[in-house]
Design a protein around this ligand. Structure first.
Ligand SMILES: *[C@@H]1O[C@H](CO)[C@@H](O)[C@H](O)[C@H]1NC(C)=O
Ligand SMILES: *[C@@H]1O[C@H](CO)[C@@H](O)[C@H](O)[C@H]1NC(C)=O
Length: 475
C-alpha cells in the first residue's frame, strides 16, 4: 500500500504540475488575445532593433491613460488592427502601441530610425555608399538597396578573361572604375557610323607587296609617330583619331621637317556643323574640316578634358581665312597664351582602303598610320595586353551586360605571334585615345585578317604633303 500511495501521490503531483505549466503558458503568452482577435497582426515594437518601423504617433497618450496590470480592453486602433496600453505589454512586447514605452513607462525608446550595417558601422535610412558603379541606399527596412547597373570594370569579367585562354589579359583601371557600362559607351567612344553614302565610297586599289611578318611604323619613322592622347569622358574619338592620323602623316610625309601634334580640341570646339563635340561625331566631317578650314597644334589649342558629364563643349577659339590656292591662315592667337605658333595645318580629302589586310598593310608601310572604325564591346574596356578578340565571357549574362558602340582608332602597324602548336595569330597594332596607362602604353593589339570588331570594314588614309608650304623645301 505504501507503494500505491506513493504512486498516486506521484501522479497527482504530475497532473498538478502539468496544469500549472499550462496555466503559465496561457498566462505568459498572447495565445488568448490572438485567439479572441483573429485579425491581430504581429507588430514589432520600436524596441525591436531591425524589426519593422512603427509609425510615430500618440496612441496610449491619445487613449488617455495606461492600464495597470493586464487589461484586454485597454486598446487603441492601430493601422488595421489594435494595440494595447496595459502593463502586460511589458512582457510580450508585440502587442504594444508605439508610444507604450515612453508614455506608460517613461522609457525613451532607443531610436525609431532603422539603421543599416556595413563593415561594422551603422548607417541611417537614406544614407548611401557607392559599390563600383552602383549606388546603395539604406532602406527603411534596415537593408541596403543597391542599383543593378552593369559596370565598366566588372570584376568577374576581368577574372574570367584572365582565367580563360583568350590570348589577352584584362586589368582593372582606376580611371574607369565606378562608371557604368552605359557611361563608358556614351562618354569614352564617340564616332558615328559613317552614312551609307560614305560607306559606299570607292576603295582605292593598292598593289600587292611583299608581306613583312612584323612592322611598326614607329620603327620605320622614329620620332614621327605621336603618342596616344586621353579623351577622358568626352565622346570625341572622331576628333582624336582624325587629328592623330593627320599628325603622323604630316610628320612622315614632310620627312620629319614638321612634327605637329594636331589639336583635337580645335575640331571638337570648331567643327560643329553636324557634329556632336563630346557627344560623338563623324570622321568624314572631321576630314572635311581639316581640308577646308585646317587646325592648329595641340600645344597652341590644348585639350580641355571635361569635368562634368555630359561634357559641355567650350566655344571655338580659333578661326582661319583663305590666303589663296586653298591655303589658310589663322586669324586668332593661340588659346594657349604661351604659344605663338598658330600655323594652320590642312589635309587633302581622305581615301578609303579596301578591307583586305594586305592592302591596309601596304598603305601603312608606304604612307603611315591609317584611321579605322571599330565596334567596342564591353570586354574591350578592361584590355591590358595581348591580342584582343571579343570574348564570350558576358554571353550568358542579361543583355544590359552586353553592349557595344562605335569608336575610331589609329592603326600604326601589325605583327604575327607564333603559338606553341605552330599556328600563328596575326594582329594589328593600334593606338587608342584612353591615355598611356590603358592597354600596352596606350596601344592595343587586335586580331588581324578576320575583321575583328569590324576594324577592317572602314579604313581611311590621307595625303597631306601637297599642302605643306613651301613644298620644295622638303624635296
Ligand atoms: C517590466 O515589469 C517588471 C515588473 O513587473 C519591472 O521590474 C520591469 O522593469 C519592467 N520592464 C520594463 C522594461 O519596464
Ligand atoms: C579596382 O580598382 C578600384 C579603384 O582603383 C578599387 O577600388 C577596386 O577594389 C578594384 N577592384 C578589383 C576587383 O581589383
Amino acid at each position: 500500500t505504501y507503494l500505491n500511495y506513493g504512486l498516486i501521490l506521484f501522479i497527482m503531483k504530475f497532473i498538478l504540475l502539468t496544469v500549472a505549466a499550462l496555466l503559465l503558458v496561457v498566462g505568459e503568452g498572447t495565445a488568448d488575445r490572438i485567439l479572441s482577435r483573429r485579425s491581430k497582426r504581429e507588430l514589432a515594437s520600436p524596441l525591436h532593433v531591425g524589426g519593422i518601423r512603427d509609425p510615430y504617433g500618440s496612441y496610449c497618450q491619445r487613449r488617455g491613460g495606461c492600464c495597470p496590470g493586464r487589461d484586454d480592453t485597454c486598446t487603441v486602433p492601430y493601422l488595421d488592427t489594435i494595440c494595447y496600453c496595459d502593463l502586460f505589454c511589458n512582457r510580450t512586447v508585440s502587442d504594444c502601441c508605439p508610444d507604450f514605452w515612453n508614455h506608460c513607462l517613461g522609457i525613451e525608446p532607443p531610436s525609431l530610425i532603422d539603421t543599416c550595417e556595413r563593415n561594422g558601422n551603422r548607417f541611417f535610412t537614406g544614407q548611401t555608399y557607392k559599390e563600383n558603379c552602383n549606388l546603395c541606399t539604406c532602406g527603411t527596412s534596415g537593408r541596403w538597396e543597391c542599383e543593378q547597373n552593369a559596370c565598366l570594370m566588372e570584376p568577374d569579367v576581368i577574372h574570367a578573361v584572365n582565367r580563360g585562354n583568350y590570348g589577352w589579359k584584362a586589368a582593372n583601371y582606376s580611371q574607369l572604375y565606378g562608371m557604368t557600362l552605359d557611361e563608358g559607351i556614351r562618354y569614352r567612344l564617340g564616332t558615328q557610323r559613317p552614312s551609307r553614302t560614305i560607306m559606299n565610297m570607292n576603295e582605292i586599289q593598292v598593289q600587292k607587296f611583299r608581306d613583312f611578318v612584323f612592322a611598326t611604323i614607329s620603327y620605320k619613322w622614329p620620332g614621327k609617330i605621336h603618342e596616344p592622347l586621353d579623351q577622358g569622358n568626352c565622346a570625341a574619338s572622331w576628333a582624336f583619331s582624325t587629328a592623330a592620323v593627320a599628325s603622323d602623316r604630316i610628320s612622315i610625309q614632310s620627312m620629319g621637317h614638321m612634327t605637329p601634334q594636331l589639336s583635337p580640341q580645335n575640331l571638337i570646339s570648331c567643327d560643329t556643323r553636324n557634329q556632336g563635340g563630346c557627344a560623338g561625331g563623324r570622321i568624314d566631317g572631321a576630314w572635311w574640316y581639316l581640308r577646308r578650314r585646317g587646325v592648329v597644334t595641340e600645344d597652341c589649342y590644348p585639350y580641355l578634358p571635361p569635368h562634368q558629364s555630359p561634357a559641355e563643349v567650350s566655344r571655338c577659339m580659333m578661326q582661319s581665312r583663305s590666303v589663296g590656292r586653298g591655303k589658310r591662315q589663322a586669324t586668332q592667337r593661340c588659346p594657349n597664351a604661351h604659344n605663338h605658333h598658330n600655323d594652320i595645318y590642312q589635309s587633302t580629302p581622305p581615301y578609303r582602303l579596301s578591307s583586305n589586310d594586305k592592302e591596309i598593310m601596304k598603305e601603312i608601310m608606304d604612307n603611315g598610320p591609317v584611321q579605322a572604325i571599330m565596334e567596342v564591346h564591353e570586354d574591350f574596356f578592361v584590355y591590358k595586353s595581348g591580342i584582343y578578340k571579343h570574348t564570350d565571357v558576358s554571353f550568358t549574362k542579361p543583355s544590359q551586360y552586353r553592349k557595344h558602340g562605335t569608336h575610331s582608332v589609329r592603326i600604326t602597324g601589325w605583327g604575327e605571334e607564333r603559338n606553341f602548336d605552330g599556328t600563328s595569330r596575326k594582329y594589328w597594332i593600334a593606338a587608342n585615345s584612353w591615355g598611356k596607362n590603358w592597354g600596352e602604353d596606350g596601344y592595343f593589339r587586335i586580331a588581324r585578317g578576320d575583321n575583328e570588331c569590324e576594324i577592317e570594314t572602314f579604313v581611311i588614309g590621307v595625303w597631306v604633303l601637297m599642302l605643306l608650304d613651301p613644298l620644295s623645301q622638303y624635296n
